[in-house]
Design a protein around this ligand. Structure first.
Ligand SMILES: [Zn+2]
Ligand SMILES: [Zn+2]
Length: 115
């Protein structure tokens, strides 16, 4: 039986660790968001926010990807939606996971530009 160094034994019907594959694909998806960040930061591209009616805070949908949020949730078609710009986002209650993930990418871009 194969073993993942992080997650332990891998079931025989899988070719690699599912948790690691999911993490890698999420990292790839987030990495791709950097392409949109300059437009988002200059408010040329709007962000789409989405939340279930029962929640107060809005999740931020990934740009160019259907139904996925920055914190890793999946937006449901029944969720409410609204659009905002990065500049106006500061006045809206945002999911802390989405906010921190987005700001983390912004920081990565900033430090890449300094070099
Ligand atoms: Zn793993
Ligand atoms: Zn979120």
């Amino acid at each position: 039986m194969k073993t993942c160094p992080i997650h332990g034994p891998i079931p025989d019907d899988l070719i690699s660790c599912r948790a690691c594959a999911e993490r890698k694909s999420r990292e790839m998806t987030l990495h791709q968001q950097k392409e949109y960040l300059p437009e988002i930061l200059s408010s040329q591209r709007e962000l789409t926010l989405s939340r279930p009616a029962s929640e107060r805070r809005w999740h931020i949908l990934l740009a160019g990807v259907r139904g996925l949020t920055f914190c890793g949730s999946t937006s449901h078609p029944s969720w409410r939606r609204r659009r905002t710009t990065y500049a106006e986002m500061g006045y809206i209650a945002i999911c802390s996971g989405c906010h921190d993930t987005l700001e983390g990418l912004v920081k990565e871009i900033d430090s890449a530009e300094v070099r």
